[in-house]
Each structure stands twice: as structure tokens, then as C-alpha cells.
Design a protein around this ligand. Structure first.
Ligand code: 5GP
Ligand code: ZN
Length: 112
């Protein structure tokens, strides 16, 4: 997607503070962290949101969760929150599937 912010970050056209990268996935720190640790995991291939996950593209979603387990373990994080906002009313501001991974403070429930 030419004009998608996270596609541009995935292509390296916009710089990011990367934690991990492979052919399919990128993890990078959020520019406006909402917790002491706050990074995003995205598929490099454009998927609009959780609502666009299908049998054709869901393998990368499973891989994203494997990566979240690996990175949190490597960072020594044992308690964390994973969030994916889907749609404007849920707070999605970038229409490219991403998982927020946040840690380092207590979180309340239900989420606001
Ligand atoms: P959403 O609001 O869609 O759930 O999450 C989008 C996230 O992307 C926000 O937490 C926002 O701070 C982050 N973000 C927006 N633009 C950039 C950017 O250019 N670089 C980085 N690293 N994060 C960004
Ligand atoms: Zn995109």
C-alpha cells in the first residue's frame, strides 16, 4: 500500500526504532509510548486490521504471537498486555494490522 504509514515503516522509507525484523514481521517501539515498554508488532504485508484476517493470511498472525512471546521473554517481561484496536471507534488510528505490546506498569480492566 503506497500511502500506508506502517507499510512505509516496513519498507524502511520511514525510520523506526526496530526491535526485530524478518521477511514477514517487524517489531518497533511506539513513537508515543503508553507504558515504560511499548512496542508494535506488524506484518510487513498490508492487512487492514483484525477484521481482515482470513484463512489466506492468518499464518502471519500466529507468527506475530510467537514473536511477542519470544521478544517479551528476551526482554525479561513476564507480565504484559497485547492490544489490537480494530476500527475507529476502538481507537485504531493506523489502518495496518498491529499488535501493541505494553509492559512496565499495572494495567486496569476493562480497557478504556
Ligand atoms: P492505533 O492507534 O492504530 O491502535 O496504534 C497506532 C500506534 O502507532 C500509536 O500508538 C502511535 O503512537 C503509533 N505511531 C503512529 N505513527 C508512528 C510512527 O511514525 N512511528 C512509530 N514508531 N509509531 C507510530
Ligand atoms: Zn500498510
Amino acid at each position: 500500500m503506497d500511502n500506508c504509514l506502517f507499510c512505509k515503516i516496513a519498507r524502511g522509507e520511514i525510520p523506526s526504532n526496530k526491535l526485530y525484523e524478518d521477511e514477514e514481521l517487524l517489531a518497533f517501539y511506539d513513537i508515543a509510548p503508553q507504558a515504560p515498554v511499548h512496542f508494535l508488532v506488524i506484518p510487513k504485508k498490508h492487512i487492514e486490521s483484525c477484521a481482515a484476517v482470513t484463512g489466506e493470511n492468518s499464518v502471519v498472525v500466529a507468527k506475530a504471537f510467537e514473536l511477542i512471546a519470544k521478544l517479551t521473554s528476551e526482554l525479561g517481561i513476564t507480565s504484559f498486555r497485547v492490544v489490537s484496536n480494530c476500527g475507529e471507534d476502538a481507537g485504531q488510528s493506523v489502518p495496518h494490522l498491529h499488535f501493541h505490546v505494553m509492559a512496565g506498569r499495572p494495567f486496569t480492566w476493562p480497557a478504556g
